[in-house]
Design a protein. Sequence first.
Length: 302
Amino acid sequence: MTATLIKGTVIREEILEEITKEVAEIKEKHGVVPGLVTILVGANPASMSYVTLKIKTAHRVGFTEVQDSQPNDISEADLLALIDKYNNDESINGILVQLPLPKQIDEKKVLNAIDPDKDVDGFHPVNVGRLMIGGDEVKFPPCTPAGIQEMIVRAGVETKGAEVVVVGRSNIVGKPIANMMLQKGVGANSTVTVVHTGTKNLDAHCQRADILIVAAGVPDLVKPEWIKPGACVIDVGVNRVGEKISEKTGNKIAILKGDVDFDAAKEIAGSITPVPGGVGPMTITMLMANTLKSLKFKLGMI
Ligand code: NAD
């Protein structure tokens, strides 16, 4: 069997088109567009390239984008005051603070200072609680898990009653996606098992999965014989395993590998996400979806 590829690059385009259309309609009817601010402290190259991509995507869908770059030696008090300013700014619907932050700043304190109704990353404890309760309580599902669920739905994979096995229990992927898949509702209603470094017989758990979601950060952790024939395999892992010269640009680029042995797994799975080009492109896409949602909440549209 050769699995169907679930391509994040294609699903991203569909969703960004939908967002662009909706932004134009809201602008026409209400005279406003979503406003997103990205606060970048210092000049970490990885953070800068991620922020650049967020800005580019925000512009593409018609948002107002504010990039607020702050020096690496900004004090915690000044950063908190900045967040307070954006919490009270009517034109801003989403606030992002790019991590990591420099040592003098308590990351937790900063993230918890963001108004939960503008926390489009979905990491504030209030939004984590809302996600846990589920249903109408949920405002901003965290972006990577939201992207994973969207991919499963758009690939037409049945989730109701499905055995979902999640490998990994991090706060940004494993725990929230497990929680989302067990809720009642579309794209969920599954029977969920979470496995991690304390789990015995990892292989036996994975072999039960109709939907296997792997977010461990270990290249090729999941072997082909762990996959149930026909299963949907979502590989969240992004592992740098070397470098190569890009054919396009001639520059050195990282060789990326997922947590699943892709070449062998695609002969067994029913559908599978590639790395790169699978879950990766979905995170910023869902950030845009959450920012639009934030404006819609404010306008009483949802
Ligand atoms: P993490 O290190 O915070 O958590 C990894 C989890 O996997 C842990 O809970 C651990 O218990 C489990 N784990 C690790 N090794 C294991 C093993 N041998 N057996 C069983 N369980 C094991 O990582 P994270 O932030 O959740 O990210 C996981 C992977 O997903 C990373 O490769 C990361 O780069 C990638 N990621 C991708 C995106 C994206 O594509 N947008 C977003 C977030 C994370």
